[in-house]
Write a new protein. Structure first.
Length: 389
């Protein structure tokens, strides 16, 4: 493994050279079943032929045009993305490069909306403890986990953290005189696959609408079909003012998006925001393949079925070392009695790639095309490891 990278990742000892479907291959040719999808990025798996062909075809035309102009492919992608998110109330989109960029854009929209309508002082943004919204200074400021804050202050002022699930606390904190927006993950990913309840989200939507506070959903990890609906918030039967997307949006090509609807759709004006690579034609070409593949009822239903199968198989182990199984679709967290990282290391040795989410939670985010037999194969490997450690 190369030692020229900064020490920002606790890397497992493997170097990959290629992938195919739900599998990755290392420099020795050993293959690994991938239950990570690059942390929900490679949603269509590895080397998916339509995705490969679309990227190659676009590269043969042009890789980039600046945002003084519009490209045909980015316009087509933007229109299709807004249409896919229209059931959540979305009408306009800003294309970016990452989830952190998308969440920065969301915060800017919320603050400008509030400033223009109510004047200074109403700029706070409420997020939940356990949330993860990015690693820039401002999105770290929005992230409700102390472990990510260490050594990087001072932070952007104006973010408040509250415990999820507490309606009285939510009511008390969403002060119409000081709060501009509520930024929430329908399912928290990095803290252990923690879904919000329908009651909590319904009350959040009601309070935000009543107090003219922008309701913003961070769908960076849980969006683009991951939970069995195109957006995770669809499960809650609510509409949003803002939705942020990234990870699986373009199937492995860096991309992010801020979508806005209703009163938030036209807040940003010329010069308010920008991104050099946002709407990049290569990303847009890939994104069109993702949308054409995923945004279909039968495809989303299959994601839900496969997720149910995974949870049922794990539950069927009746293992005392499995404490809880959470999630929806192919976004699954499993709490175990021991530490998660030794399980990741043992799984790597056995040819299985999995993730952790906290000290004692295993996280599974497999590609959508994973087969039933691959699910069974991977979970049988995992079962043996959990019983052994």
């Amino acid at each position: 493994m190369s030692d020229v990278f900064m020490n920002t990742y606790h890397r497992l000892p493997v170097t990959f050279t290629k992938g195919e479907g739900s599998w990755l291959f290392d420099v020795q040719g050993k293959k690994y079943l991938d239950f990570t999808a690059g942390i929900a990025v490679n949603c269509l798996g590895h080397a998916y032929p339509p995705l490969v062909n679309a990227i190659a075809e676009q590269a043969g035309k042009f890789n980039h045009v600046c945002n003084y102009y519009q490209s045909d492919v980015s316009a087509a992608f933007a229109e299709k993305l807004v249409a896919a998110c229209a059931p959540a109330g979305m009408k306009k989109v800003f294309l970016a490069n990452s989830g952190a960029e998308a969440n920065e854009g969301a915060c800017k929209i919320a603050r400008k909306y509030s400033l223009r309508k109510y004047g200074p002082g109403r700029h706070r943004i409420v997020t939940l403890k356990g949330s993860f919204h990015g690693r820039t200074i401002t999105t770290l400021s929005a992230t409700g986990q102390d472990k990510f804050h260490k050594d990087f202050g001072p932070f952007t002022e104006g973010f408040l953290f509250i415990e999820g699930g507490g309606i009285a606390t939510l009511d008390r904190t969403l002060d119409k005189f000081s709060v501009a927006g509520l930024l929430i993950e329908a399912i928290q990913g990095e803290s252990g696959i923690i879904p919000q309840t329908r009651e909590y989200i319904a009350e959040a939507a009601r309070l935000c609408a009543e107090r003219d506070i922008l309701l913003m959903f961070d769908e960076i990890q849980c969006g683009i079909g991951r939970t069995g609906s195109f957006l995770a918030l669809e499960y809650y039967k609510v509409k949003a003012d803002i939705v942020t997307l990234a990870k699986g949006l373009c199937g492995g090509v860096p991309a992010g998006a801020v979508l806005a609807g209703g009163k938030a759709a036209d807040v940003l004006e010329s010069g308010d925001h920008g991104s050099t690579f946002g709407g990049n034609p290569l990303a847009a070409a890939a994104g069109l393949v993702v949308l054409d593949t995923v945004d279909r009822p039968e495809f989303l239903k299959e994601i839900g079925r496969k997720g149910e199968k995974m949870r049922a198989l794990i539950k069927g182990w009746n293992s005392p070392k499995v404490r809880e199984i959470r999630g929806r679709g192919l976004m699954i967290g499993v709490d175990i009695t021991g530490e998660a990282w030794p399980v990741l290391e043992a799984a790597l040795e056995k040819g299985l790639l999995i993730l952790s989410a906290g000290a004692n939670t295993l996280r599974f985010l497999p590609p959508y095309f994973i087969s039933d037999s691959e699910i069974e194969q991977g979970l049988e490997i995992l079962r043996g490891i959990i019983e052994a450690v």
